[in-house]
Design a binder for this molecule. Structure first.
Ligand SMILES: Cc1cc2nc3c(=O)[nH]c(=O)nc-3n(C[C@H](O)[C@H](O)[C@H](O)COP(=O)(O)OP(=O)(O)OC[C@H]3O[C@@H](n4cnc5c(N)ncnc54)[C@H](O)[C@@H]3O)c2cc1C
Length: 409
């Protein structure tokens, strides 16, 4: 049996770095190639949630404690209307104890730092924009925009939503990602005060007119928020004559505090609008010695807070199978990996998309019905369905990946 000698990872996002950390841990020589020249630019994107399943997956590569140490452990997930009425409240302490891992709110930069430290900055080549790859009997070669190449036994495409590797796999033909019809304006603001935003609750506000607002505390000083606006709502948001913060404060002017306070406390440059896309679930993530993970394979909307969670799960599962793979049998191993991940990620994509469409309701009556639906079902049916979707007994039983006696040189 020929074991893997060298892995090439395209993209130093969460998926790529997690896969590299998992491979290096097992002694497989791994290099990461990242298009952006400046590491700081990798850290844009504020804060986010990592649910229990993502923390369990990180445990398999020994990184859960470092990630959790820089995070807030969430105790409640609370749903409200735009009048401030509580629609549902999930208590997370019980699941945290049962599952044995918390749900965390954290800065994206913290997760990146933990992953980059695990990989080693010298193994991440910045400013390396992959333009495609070729394969021969001897292995796989990645090609870069500056004319350079890199050769390895396997190539992992972790280059995100508009993956070049995915395009190459499909011989240059790919349908565009599917636009969800809404934008997330995300930011982190400095806003101390437990009375303003209490630590440990993820607030999820659903409003009329195609508006939503999510927020949670990241630490004693900072709050992360996302204003989600349908295209119809966004058409009335005037960012020509106003700053983004002023325009959003105007759009949310009738919402209960602390929404206005959070928006007004935010520095203009911190607000980053991101149009939300996914891809309808489809297979075809691997061929020969190439495989896709994360948003390159299974991008999803943000409504379940699972895009990064699934990127982490896929990366760890892939590292586990590659750690014991026979290089001569790599195509079959990669197809089996894809098979093991396809149904789970497809469920996430589909459910996340459906939740997003609920948020597009403008009509007062429809929104009222949605509120009633949430009151009736969100504490019971929706909560248990969400946990059934989120948890996978392979995660709870998934063994910790072995640490190589000698790390790769
Ligand atoms: C507003 C918003 C909020 C979100 N909140 C959450 C949340 O709370 N929880 C959660 O789990 N998920 C969340 N997500 C989803 C999550 O951000 C993504 O699913 C996750 O970042 C995907 O990771 P990735 O590594 O696959 O891709 P990316 O993070 O996109 O990383 C891809 C990397 O590849 C690089 N790259 C691209 N092209 C090339 C190339 N040709 N050559 C070399 N490098 C290249 C990019 O520069 C980038 O660094 C959210 C997403 C959005 C938009």
């Amino acid at each position: 049996m020929a074991t893997l000698r060298k892995a090439l990872v395209i993209g130093a996002g969460i998926g790529g770095l997690t896969a590299a950390a998992g491979l290096l841990r097992q002694g497989i020589d791994t290099e990461v190639y990242e298009a952006r020249p400046n590491p700081d630019r990798l850290l844009s994107g504020g804060g986010f949630m990592l649910w229990h399943n993502a923390v369990l997956a990180l445990r398999r590569i020994g990184l859960d404690e470092a990630v959790a140490a820089g995070s807030v452990h969430m105790r409640y997930h609370e749903f409200r209307s735009d009048t401030g009425r509580r629609l549902a409240r999930w208590h997370l302490d019980g699941p945290t104890e049962r599952i044995g891992a918390p749900a965390c709110a954290l800065r994206r930069s913290h997760l990146h730092r933990v992953l980059t430290d695990a990989v080693g900055a010298d193994r991440v080549r910045l400013g390396a924009r992959c333009t495609g790859y070729t394969e021969d009997a001897d292995g796989v070669t990645a090609h870069f925009a500056d004319g350079s190449t890199a050769h390895g036994d396997v190539l992992i495409g972790a280059d995100g939503l508009r993956s070049v590797v995915r395009g190459t796999l499909r011989h240059g033909f790919e349908t565009p990602p599917r636009y969800a019809g809404y934008t997330a304006w995300q930011a982190i603001t400095r806003l101390p005060g437990e009375d303003v935003v209490p630590t440990g609750t993820f607030f999820n506000l659903w409003g009329r007119g195609g508006l939503r607002f999510l927020y949670c505390r990241l630490n004693a000083e900072e709050v992360y928020w996302d204003a989600i606006t349908s295209d119809r709502a966004a058409a009335a948001i005037d960012t020509v004559n106003r700053d983004r913060t002023a325009a959003l404060a105007e759009a949310y002017r009738d919402w209960p505090e602390p929404v206005g306070q959070i928006i007004r406390s935010t520095e203009e440059a911190a607000v980053l609008p991101v149009n939300i896309f996914d891809r309808p679930p489809a297979g075809g993530w691997s061929r020969g010695r190439m495989v896709l993970i994360g948003d390159a394979a299974h991008p999803m909307t943000l409504n379940l807070s699972q895009g990064a969670g699934q990127a982490i799960e896929s990366a760890v599962a892939l590292a586990a199978v590659l750690g014991r793979a026979d290089t001569d049998d790599l195509p079959r191993t990669l197809r089996a990996f894809e098979e093991s991940r396809r149904a789970r990620t497809a469920d996430m994509v589909t459910t996340s998309w459906r939740i997003g469409t609920l948020g597009l309701a403008h009509n007062r009556v429809l929104c009222r019905l949605r509120d009633l639906f949430m009151v009736a079902f969100f504490d019971s049916v929706a909560r248990s369905q969400s946990y059934a979707l989120m948890m996978d007994d392979r995660l709870e039983r998934g063994p910790v990946l072995p640490v190589a006696a000698r790390p790769p040189t």
